[in-house]
Write a protein that binds this ligand. Structure first.
Ligand code: GUN
Ligand code: ZN
Length: 443
């Protein structure tokens, strides 16, 4: 039996490589009159409407003209248990963690709270056009179960893991080397590779993992080579100084993770701002991916990510929101702030590279470009529908836009969830209108 087909009509944009400049038209396919044909959650064909429509068999047609259809956005670093921490005032990393973040994460011991927050989290991601994310859950196994259960219910391609943390945190927010190992193994067995789920082994950062726990993390990585690994690296000067005290034998911060065998192409290293030349050499050698988190780095005053410097060494950087130190779920707003962080260093982020980065680029760093990140036939049908005229300011500016790059730059600088007209997850329309439960209860 063949399932029914859906044909999305609109302008289509999909990348086949990273654009090497504003005029690199060979890096993408853009169709003014385009379409995406979907069946069974997969893209069957995309491109020119007349060619795609000729292949369709009695499809349901959804006409999104004049909007722009692209692959759903990918957020490569976000904290699921921090949905109620975003926009907490006044401190830099370590105080922010101790005063706001750690107390909030203790609430995720409750499966009911975790389930409620997982639902809110995915509504937020989808409302902002993000169809895949790599997430940190809390230390509690229940939080990761809720994270994967809700993603499975929505058929979303999600990557995540419970954080391993056994010191320098409040009671109620620590595991032990053994319980962290046992819970992680159980979660991998239950979720990794099930449907669209993947597991990321997640030692939170060197400060909250003892050497004994790092050894357990090393065993987990060695036993589960196809899982991702995620942690934080060199985000803040006080963090680096404390790490050096806790691991006096390490040559530098990255060396802690090297010592425990955590690095390789599956490793995602959040922030990676204040790196030594030796650390950059080691990153280049291992193929690990630094993750640029611009709204977070500005919010916490952490510093300026040297994208060009790392790229110049052949390192492939990912880009992410890092909510809740990040101040927006929007990958468009992430590009906006990323543009400014790079401007401050005499670097730039032209819109073609920017939109490649939050789609195919992040998919490449995750090793998932065969599945997500493009509109290619045979990939999963996660699609975002973008409206560059979504607000009065965007609409006025668009009256002067005369090229695709111009339109993309309007979205990059001014866009947010309002510019996301619709989002499809495995071919299903998934953007919901927001209704505040608090307001509704008061009416
Ligand atoms: N380093 C360790 N944990 C965290 C976190 O939750 N957020 C950020 N921004 N940095 C961290
Ligand atoms: Zn983070």
């Amino acid at each position: 039996m063949t399932s029914s087909q859906t044909l999305l009509r609109g302008r289509t944009l999909s990348f086949s490589s990273e654009p090497n400049g504003p005029d690199d038209t060979s890096a993408y396919q853009y169709c003014e009159d385009g379409a995406v044909l979907i069946q069974g959650g997969m893209i069957v064909a995309s491109g020119d409407h007349s060619t795609v429509a000729a292949q369709a068999v009695q499809p349901q047609v959804i006409d999104h003209r004049p909007h722009l259809l692209m692959a759903g956005f990918i957020d490569s670093h976000i904290h699921f248990p921090q949905v109620q921490v975003i926009a907490s005032w006044g401190s830099q990393l370590l105080d922010w963690l101790n005063n706001y973040t750690f107390p909030e994460e203790t609430r995720f011991a409750s499966p009911a709270h975790s389930a409620a927050m997982a639902s809110a989290f995915y509504d937020l991601l989808l409302g902002h056009g993000t169809t895949t994310a790599v997430a940190y859950c809390s230390v509690h196994k229940a939080s990761a179960d809720a994270f994967f259960t809700e993603a499975a219910r929505r058929d979303m391609r999600m990557i995540g893991g419970k954080v391993l943390m056994d010191r320098n945190a409040p009671d109620g927010l620590m595991d032990t080397p053994q319980s962290g190992y046992d819970d992680t193994q159980a979660l991998i067995r239950e979720w990794h590779g099930r449907g669209r789920a993947s597991y990321a082994i997640t030692p939170r950062f060197a400060i909250t993992s003892s050497p004994g726990q790092m050894e357990m993390a090393q065993t987990l990585v060695a036993e589960n080579r196809d899982c991702h690994v995620q942690t934080h690296l060199s985000e803040n000067h006080a963090e680096i100084a404390f790490t050096r005290e806790l691991y006096p034998q390490a040559r530098d911060y990255l060396h802690v993770y090297e010592t425990y065998g955590l690095l390789g192409p599956k490793a995602l290293l959040g922030h990676a701002i204040h790196l030594t030349p030796r650390e950059i050499d080691a990153l280049a050698e291992t193929g690990a991916h630094p993750v640029f988190c611009p709204t977070s780095n500005l919010f916490l005053g952490s510093g300026l990510f040297d994208d060009a410097g790392l790229r110049g060494r052949g390192i492939a950087n990912a880009i992410a929101t890092d909510v809740a130190a990040g101040t927006s779920y929007s990958m468009l707003q992430t590009l906006n702030e990323g543009y400014k962080v790079l401007q401050l260093q005499g670097q730039s982020l032209h819109p073609l590279r920017a939109f490649h980065w939050i789609t195919r680029g992040n998919a490449v760093t995750l090793g998932m470009v065969e599945k997500i990140g493009t509109l290619d036939a045979g990939t999963e049908a996660d699609v975002v529908v973008l409206d560059a005229r979504a607000t009065p300011a965007m609409d006025l500016r668009m009256q002067r836009a005369d090229s695709l790059s111009d339109e993309l730059f309007v979205l990059q600088m001014l866009g947010d969830d309002r510019a996301v007209a619709q989002v499809y997850v495995a071919g299903r329309a998934s953007k919901k209108a927001h209704r505040s439960p608090v307001l509704e209860a008061a009416l």
